[in-house]
Ligand binder design. Structure first.
Ligand code: MLT
Length: 411
């Protein structure tokens, strides 16, 4: 007997974009040990856990060390104390009512946006914006929903919705029927947002076409402007057609600590092969209870502290700090004549590559000449080929230094 692999894995690009960048940067650093590299590639936060969060984290760790307060397995869906705070703070102020069993606490929006496709049939047609967070595409490749990739980097059975400067990075509604639609807003990587009216178009489309929107709101905390929905459920009818993903990573520094949540409303339904309707919420619950044992108690206590007045003011301070970096990046790059997008309601700045350079050329130029690491846009999809993403997640000092170095280059 020879064990057979899941051949869908052979359809993947050779490596995950952020792993490939890390590899290239490490090689460069080995060859140039004196180069002081500033990493503005992966969107990883640089600020430590806010003090209010840390304190509750530590208290909960202490509880775990005492027989009278020790906790073993928790509820797979998350502790009520956290779910209650999530509903009260992230939804009720926007007029959205959720019940506790519609919220599933998890170890990351990456995991949830990657795992969610498991509960849907393999013959569903999947639409993604292009560029897009690669996890949505690659988990569907692994599952066998995409077919092979072509020479331009498009998977045969995926529907791509190009987002470029020409359409202000706003995806057009699909022109062919699609079942599952991934939307990330504020967008990673372009930083684009949709206003209420634009988002309502998507919700209406999904209602009319019986599609489901997988709505990744991991960057919600970065919304600064009015008229931008903080949740897709602000749009009428969205509870029937949308699953929403949120995260504590980018607002409260949990990229290493891991805590997020997913909302699956009880109105959301999908068909079986015979055309019978089923609720999606119990399927996700079934999946999670079988494959996941919940986020650890101290981490959920830490996440709960995000919602205290001190926690809120500390995370707001962090967001303001990162958004100041975003402003500096945007303005510095505009000053040297580059076309830059995003960075207003998002920590990502999406830069058009200088004339005659593709995204890896620009990546190499910045690494070699400025020792600054970005993310080549093509890593997010073929429509990202002429772009590069820079993150505002860094120290103010490094952000300024990186911009000074880039400003000295000529393109
Ligand atoms: C990114 O850089 O796009 C993010 O760090 C990805 C993630 O959050 O997993």
């Amino acid at each position: 007997m020879v064990v057979k692999i899941n051949e869908n894995y052979l359809l993947l690009k050779s490596s995950y974009i952020f792993a490939e960048i890390a590899q290239r940067v490490n090689k460069y650093q080995e060859e140039n040990p004196k180069a002081e590299i500033i990493r503005m590639g992966i969107g990883d936060v640089t600020k430590p856990l806010p003090p209010a969060v840390l304190e509750e984290f530590k208290n909960a760790v202490d509880e775990m060390g005492k027989p009278e307060t020790f906790r073993g397995y928790g509820p797979e869906q998350g502790y009520s104390f956290l779910i209650h705070k999530i509903i009260e703070n992230d939804y009720l102020p926007w007029g959205i009512e959720l019940s506790e069993d519609e919220v599933f606490v998890s170890d990351g929006a990456k995991c949830d946006t990657g795992n969610i496709q498991e509960i849907f049939g393999l013959d569903n047609v999947v639409a993604v914006t292009d560029p897009v967070y690669p996890v949505y595409v690659e988990t569907n490749v692994m599952a066998g929903r995409t077919g092979p990739i072509d020479s331009e980097g498009r998977y045969e059975r995926l529907v791509y919705l190009p987002c470029t400067a020409e359409n202000d990075f706003v995806p057009e509604l699909p022109t062919q029927p699609v079942d599952l639609i991934y939307l990330c807003l504020p967008n990673n990587p372009t930083g684009t947002t949709l206003n209420h009216e634009q988002m309502a178009k998507w919700v209406n489309y999904a209602r009319e076409n019986k599609s489901i929107i997988l709505f990744d709101a991991a960057y919600e905390a970065y919304i600064q402007e009015d008229d931008i929905p903080h949740s897709i459920y602000e749009i009428e009818g969205a509870r029937e057609v949308a699953i929403e993903f949120r995260s504590f990573s980018k607002n409260a520094g949990f990229t290493g600590t891991r805590c997020a949540y997913t909302v699956v409303p009880k109105e959301l339904k999908a068909h079986d092969n015979e055309g019978n309707l089923h609720l999606v919420n119990p399927l996700w619950n079934r999946r999670q209870t079988t494959k996941f044992n919940g986020v650890s108690y101290p981490i959920q206590r830490a996440a709960e502290a995000v919602y205290t007045p001190e926690g809120q003011s500390q995370i707001n301070e962090y967001i303001t700090y990162y958004m100041e970096n975003a402003r500096i990046i945007r303005e510095s790059l505009e000053k040297i004549g580059l076309n830059v997008y995003g960075g207003v309601n998002s920590p990502y700045i999406w830069i058009k590559t200088p004339e005659g350079m593709d995204s890896w050329d620009f990546f190499d130029l910045l690494l070699n000449k400025a020792h600054v690491v970005g993310t080549p846009g093509v890593g997010f999809g073929p429509s990202g080929e002429d772009y590069l993403r820079i993150t505002a997640f860094n120290t103010l000092e490094n952000t300024k230094k990186a911009m000074e170095r880039i400003s000295e280059l000529s393109f």
